[in-house]
Design a protein around this ligand. Sequence first.
Ligand code: F3S
Length: 277
Amino acid sequence: MEIYLAKEMGFCSGVRRAIRIAEEALGELGRIKSLGPIVHNRQVVSRLAKQGLEVVESLEEVGGGTVFIPSHGAGLEVLRELEERGLKLIDATCPIVRRAQKVAQRLHRGNFLVPVFGESQHSEVRGIISWAGGEAMAALEAPRFDPPPRQLGVLSQTTQSLKKFGHFLAELLSHNLDSLAELRIFNTICQATSKRQAAALELAGKVDQMIVIGGYDSANTNRLAEICSSVVPTLHIESAAELDPGSLAAKRIGVTGGASTPDWVIQEVVEKLRSLA
Ligand code: F3S
């Protein structure tokens, strides 16, 4: 068995930054509540839980103390409520997610209807919608608006595929062009995402099987698995423990990991693969 690694994989700058901010704050304060998981990766969440970062899912569970906002951000009204309650905020929203939030806010203030290409239930997307006054909508299929809009301002979840965003835009135009006076498009897909996807696609084209490592609820990891499986048989695993030698039939195996997958988890998988090679 030959093992090949993707040129770009693993932690992105936004995730590294969020973990650094959390560790510094935990060193100072001891216990902090995180509004949602710091990143969509079980190993990272449980390592930080041991240091005192407790995940809460809603504002009701927050109680008092210090609240940590993860890299995928939070809705504007959530931030306002936390401030009104006098809670100390440690905001680790990724700057690229913040840009998407601000774009949505600006478009909404300019009276644009704001379709967001993305998963409507994903926490980052829910946050972006809230920054657009709650009036934006998110979908993976381009909507046909009724009444027809005059102004459309489009953006994407940061971890979506650029190619699919392109298809979404084409479809959106074909459905709504007649009524449009103005259309603004913002490519809010982050470079870390695009580079990891391009590297995964390139590698998938050269091997017989891909292994994608990362959280099952990590949007960017799921996208990598989707992209790879369109080219070769692909195995999505969270850790080396899930690697079943029986499922490795290929001679050339490619490995990649999502932007929220720690280097040591990737390393463990690679070492296990090498031991089987
Ligand atoms: Fe930020 Fe992109 Fe990572 S949006 S959290 S740098 S995947």
